[in-house]
Design a protein around this ligand. Structure first.
Ligand code: BGC
Length: 768
């Protein structure tokens, strides 16, 4: 079936491209990428170089290029680099004539495939077939099978090896390149400029088919290559398997030895065996994570594509952050934002709690960085980094955007006023706890984070004596067009949430494990009265309440007084399309136009708002939202479901799920900054829309509840959830919903369907 933008699918498990569009190199490189959470390898062609945006981004390699203010992940040399020449002419998508063009991404198995028939400008034809994957069985490995058939007699030259000229957006990261050659393998050993991280890329190949006439090694600039020549007759074939191992000293003690050894053993196992092991891991993943949509092929592929992209962005092998652009490029520094907790974590909490645990553990492991940030800014407790890498120290620079009209730098206060990141971290930990009931984690790690965040908030609130309430001033909510606001609804409500959870954990520990509580209090440096402070703030923090008549909550103090204008109208005031809309002088600053809606976001995360309030706020804020953030559409889809605006929910679902695949993102450039690559939060948001929006899934105190609403064109929606240690299979059709409890479950669970609770024993099902 045809999708959009020259894409199609045949089994609903892949995206296939049948024509090559040279104007879409950035987008297609991201969309067709392979990865395993340790590395992301863009879906580019083997013969391409930096100018075609080839990249292999490796996590845990944060480093600043000399003179740059960006601490970002390294794009490491391309170990799959391969060029083929026929009578001196290079096989290329940009020259000669390509027929039977096929590029595909197999979402089920995480495999990228390419095949073409190609005729050189001189009239020689070949058939080329390539397949590659970033192994899920050993995250250091990239594996490729590259084969070609001569369709006419000719002289063929093949070079394959490692290309060290990288597409690095903020400068060169490596201060030394040493190439090596050992037992037929080639390698590059590199050291990064700032942190001296030792990175090693080793590759080896095994040839099959017609034997080469000559074999040599070519070292030029930052490349080291095997060079092979063949005189081929019509119909003769050559192919090789390649294993690349990428290791670095932030993860392993002896990256050089390990890298070589992994290539040797990978080659010994062979392509098919490596592929089998890799596919098995993917199978395990999809068993829990697939969402099946009946009656709409496009929606089905979009669901799988987004889950795929969210997953390959997640460093499942370690407690490391999910980058806002995953590992698709260096934009946003490979670092975690609030996106991680609010958009990506939920999927894992309910499908792969082990991965969710890594992510929340990461926040515990980066507590020291969050405490350093709080201290630096004059607070105490934990103020989590807006942009968080390995250590949790703030990576976001003071200056991000540039005024495209004056060329002057803009001081954005994302790093110091967007304090909601700390309660967002609590939200994530709570979500994980509620889903998994993992008290051990809460006791050993979560509690400390909750207490440190609570302490930070204690140091950040102001008590207004005249109003007898706590307030939060000088804030930046998720809506980044309005900086320096007071009492941002989202932040204030989330602060209350964080304080309540800190109190609950404190009280539970006091009852169940008082000695442990004393130890944590000692670590955090608090006395009993701290809990009273948290409770007072939870009770008395000012929460903008729904207006008595309109039921609308004010996004921040004074918001309703701002000019009320539609985003489309406002846009006409732009002098330059690349202008930043926000602080200090952007066109949105003195208007009610939002980048992303804080109140809608609040309604998406926290329960307890009546349907009337949900609907009124959705209807008020939606037309005022510009969706300048890729996070915005999925939140709107989710809340549109809650507000029973199902058609709009579907429109926003389509918008969110196609941001990358159909290149629907409006903003590759904003305020002079390049913001391309995979929008990982939007990908995670798609899961939320499907399960929590259309599936109407909610965790309740006793168990789970569902109140589904299928989009008109769908016949069915089914998925698997792991909630409160019960594995559940959910199947929704136009007329009913069935929840089945897996026979392996050790206990029952209360399932509320369309408002009616029922206790579900293991192995049983309930239908409404
Ligand atoms: C959004 C933030 C988001 C960041 C990273 C920004 O454009 O406004 O909410 O955290 O991108 O995705």
């Amino acid at each position: 079936m045809d999708l959009k933008n020259n894409l199609r699918t045949s089994t609903e498990w892949e995206i296939i491209e049948n024509t090559f569009d040279p104007d879409q190199l950035i987008t297609t490189g991201s969309n067709f990428m392979i990865g395993n959470g340790y590395m992301g390898y863009r879906g580019t062609f083997e013969e391409w170089k930096a100018k075609e945006y080839v990249a292999c981004i490796v996590t845990d390699t944060w480093d600043k290029a000399p003179g740059s203010r960006w601490s970002e992940l390294c794009n490491v040399p391309n170990g799959l680099f391969t060029q083929l020449f026929v009578d001196g002419e290079m096989v290329s998508a940009f020259a000669g004539e390509t027929t039977d063009y096929y590029r595909a991404l197999d979402l089920r198995h995480g495999i990228n495939q390419r095949s073409i028939s190609w005729r050189s400008p001189g009239g020689k034809s070949i058939q080329l077939d390539v397949e590659k994957f970033a192994s899920k069985a050993n995250h250091h490995l990239l594996v490729m099978r590259y084969g070609f058939t001569a369709l006419q007699n000719g002289e063929y030259r093949l070079i394959t090896g490692i290309d060290g000229e990288m597409w690095s957006i903020n400068g060169e990261h490596f201060r030394s390149y040493t190439s090596f050659e050992e037992d037929g393998m080639l390698g590059l050993s590199l050291h990064t400029s700032e942190n001296s991280t030792h990175i090693v890329i080793t590759e080896g190949i095994t040839l099959s088919g017609k034997a080469p006439d000559t074999v040599g090694v070519l070292k030029e600039n930052k490349r080291c290559l095997h060079e092979l020549t063949f005189s081929l007759k019509e119909g003769e074939k050559v192919s090789f398997q390649k294993v690349v191992s990428i290791t670095h000293s932030n993860e392993v003690d002896h990256p050089l030895a390990l890298s070589k050894q992994e290539v040797i053993s990978g080659l010994a196992q062979g392509y098919e065996r490596l592929k089998e092991e890799h596919q098995k891991k993917w199978k395990d993943f999809w068993e829990r994570s697939d969402i099946r949509i009946k009656g709409n092929v496009e929606a089905q592929v979009l669901a799988r594509f987004n889950i795929y992209q969210a997953y390959i962005a997640t460093p499942v092998h370690d407690n490391l952050p999910i980058g806002a652009r995953g590992l698709s490029c260096q934009v946003y520094q490979g670092a975690a934002f609030w996106d991680q907790e609010t958009f990506n974590l939920p999927m894992y909490c309910y499908t792969h709690p082990d991965i969710a645990k890594n992510l929340v553990t990461y926040r515990h492991e980066t507590l020291a960085g969050a405490k350093r940030k709080a201290k630096r800014l004059g607070y105490y407790g934990a103020f989590y980094a807006w942009t968080s890498g390995k250590t949790g120290d703030e990576l976001f620079p003071d200056y991000f955007f540039t005024d495209v009209l004056t060329g002057r730098k803009i001081r954005n206060h994302f790093n110091c006023w967007q304090i909601h990141i700390s309660p967002d971290v609590v939200y994530g930990i709570w979500l994980y706890y509620e889903a998994s009931l993992d008290w051990d984690f809460m006791r050993d790690h979560g509690a400390e984070v909750l207490f440190e965040v609570a302490q930070f908030l204690v140091s950040r609130v102001h008590f207004k004596k005249d109003k007898n309430r706590f307030e939060l001033i000088r804030l930046l909510g998720p809506d980044e067009y309005h900086e320096n606001v007071d009492n941002n609804a989202y932040t204030n409500y989330l602060t209350q949430f964080a304080m309540e959870k800190a109190c609950w954990v404190f009280d539970t520990l006091k009852e169940q494990d008082p000695e442990k509580l004393v130890r944590i209090m000692h670590t955090v440096g608090i006395q009993d009265e701290a809990r009273d402070h948290w409770n007072e703030i939870a009770q008395d923090i000012y929460l903008p309440k729904p207006d008595e008549h309109t039921k609308v909550m004010e996004q921040f103090d004074g918001y309703f007084q701002l000019e009320d204008i539609a985003p489309g109208e406002l846009r006409k005031r732009l002098i330059d399309p690349g202008e930043y809309w926000g602080w200090p002088n952007g066109i949105a600053v003195n208007t009610q136009v939002l980048k992303q809606a804080d109140v809608v976001q609040l309604l998406a995360l926290l329960d307890g708002f009546s349907n009337e309030v949900l609907t009124a706020n959705y209807e008020y804020y939606e037309p005022r939202t510009e969706h300048g953030s890729s996070l915005s559409p999925s939140v709107h889809a989710l809340v549109a479901c809650k507000a029973q605006h199902y058609e709009e929910a579907y429109r926003y679902f389509m918008e969110s799920s196609t941001i990358d695949l159909y290149n629907a993102s409006k903003k590759v450039m904003s305020g002079g900054s390049f913001l391309g690559g995979i929008h990982t939060a939007a990908a995670g948001g798609v899961w939320r829309i499907l399960v929590e929006g259309f599936g109407g899934f909610k965790v309740t105190r006793e168990g789970v509840a569902f109140s589904p609403a299928l989009p008109k064109t769908w016949e069915g929606l089914s998925f698997t959830l792991m909630v409160k240690q019960c594995l559940l299979e959910i199947s929704i059709t136009k007329n009913n919903i069935t929840v089945s409890s897996d026979p392996s479950n050790e206990k029952g669970i209360t399932v509320t369907l369309k408002g009616k609770p029922a206790f579900l024993e293991p192995g049983k099902r309930v239908t409404a």
